[in-house]
Design a protein around this ligand. Structure first.
Ligand SMILES: Cc1ncc(COP(=O)(O)O)c(C=O)c1O
Length: 361
């Protein structure tokens, strides 16, 4: 008998999958498209991972990731019960949506932002409530407050803009918003912000962070959430029990033990970000003031006085070995490129290449 094509649940059938940033195979391409860190993690991470690669890998990892949670509580405050560790912060965002948003529930978020939120909302059959950023791509707190919202998602600093909202504004949002407020701080170490103190005051606030960006460990997949222990205990029920591999836990512990390396690298990235922003501005780009490890740049206004499509520039840079991010599907961003901050050498190369492209070489 012929087999019928498998039928997915209707809402899965309907939804488009998330498209992660391109991970090209060529080793010689300069990747400035997914906000990875150009600097390596401290050598101690590699040493300890090598030491941990023993016969003991036959055992399951610590389901509680106790070593990572203890270190985080020492570094950031609170107790280990305030933390849950995820397979990247993406896993924790997924767990939060599964915990708090069911079919038809309203989930509010500024738009544009991290596009994964949309997919998680679709998976839950929840109702997205995107709040457009204003003309300067700033978040308007008043518009984010919605009495029926089950979850408000705020990437701070935001992606792809790099713009950060002040602690006072987040505190105000926490006081006014209903349901759960998630402050996604994937890029916080490149900013002067941080909402952990706000989560200490407000039991409905969850802060998520990651070791993917500032700690140079995107391949290891470790993120964490900080919240009141009651919230953390609930999230715990939903996460995969052995969600963080033993080797990932060892790498995360080593990176946290050597946290000064992260801080030095973040400072270098901030300095390069300033330099890149200024260089682009002198070339006629509009560059939003970023608090993250990337900048959003609008291509120069053309002779006819209108801004164009950044796709040809994206393609020209890619052909010459520089991969940045272009959001062709989003009308408000089609004239912009998001550029991750690479090493000084990579950014010099990018600027040179840009000049050649503009001169038509
Ligand atoms: C705003 C934001 N949140 C979360 C993440 C996911 O990070 P992780 O690697 O920890 O899953 C990203 C990754 O690009 C991001 O841009």
């Amino acid at each position: 008998m012929p087999q019928k094509a498998p039928k997915f649940l209707d809402h899965i059938e309907r939804m488009a999958g998330y498209i992660p940033g391109e991970q090209p195979r060529q080793a010689d391409i300069v990747k400035l498209n997914t906000n990875e860190n150009p600097y390596p993690p401290p050598p101690s991470v590699l040493e300890r991972v090598r030491e941990a690669a023993t016969q003991d890998l036959r055992k399951y990892p610590d389901a509680a990731a106790s070593g990572v949670r203890e270190r985080l509580s020492r570094l950031l405050g609170g107790s280990p019960d305030n933390f849950v560790i995820g397979n990247g912060s993406d896993e924790l965002l997924n767990v939060i949506l599964r915990c708090f948003a069911g079919p038809g529930d309203l989930v509010t978020f500024p738009w544009p932002t991290y596009p994964y939120y949309d997919k998680l909302i679709d998976l839950q059959q929840a109702k997205p409530h995107p709040v457009p950023l204003d003309d300067d791509f700033q978040v308007a707190i008043d518009d984010l407050v919605h009495p029926e919202s089950r979850i408000t998602l705020l990437a701070n600093p935001n992606s792809p803009t790099g713009i950060g909202l002040s602690r006072e504004s987040i505190d105000e949002l926490a006081s006014r918003c209903s349901g759960i407020l998630v402050v996604d701080e994937a890029y916080v170490d490149f900013s002067a912000g941080g909402a952990i103190e706000i989560a200490q005051k407000h039991p409905h606030v969850i802060v998520t962070r990651t070791l993917s960006k500032s700690f140079s460990l995107a391949g290891v997949r470790v993120g964490f959430a900080y919240a009141h222990p009651t919230l953390i205990a609930g999230l715990w029920k939903v996460k995969e029990h052995y969600n963080v591999s033993s080797l990932s836990q060892v790498a995360a512990e080593a990176a946290l033990d050597d946290i000064d390396v992260m801080r030095v690298n973040a400072e270098r990235i901030i300095a390069t970000r300033m330099r890149l922003s200024n260089e682009l501005r002198t070339r006629g780009f509009f560059v939003w003031s970023s608090e993250a490890n990337f900048v959003l740049a609008r291509i120069p206004v053309g002779d006819a006085g209108h801004v164009g499509d950044a796709q040809p520039l994206f393609e020209a840079l890619k052909e010459r070995g520089y991969l940045v991010r272009h959001y062709g599907q989003q009308p408000r961003l089609s004239d912009c490129l998001r550029i991750s901050i690479g090493s000084d050498e990579q950014i010099d190369g990018l600027l040179d290449t840009l000049d050649h492209v503009v001169e038509g070489d």
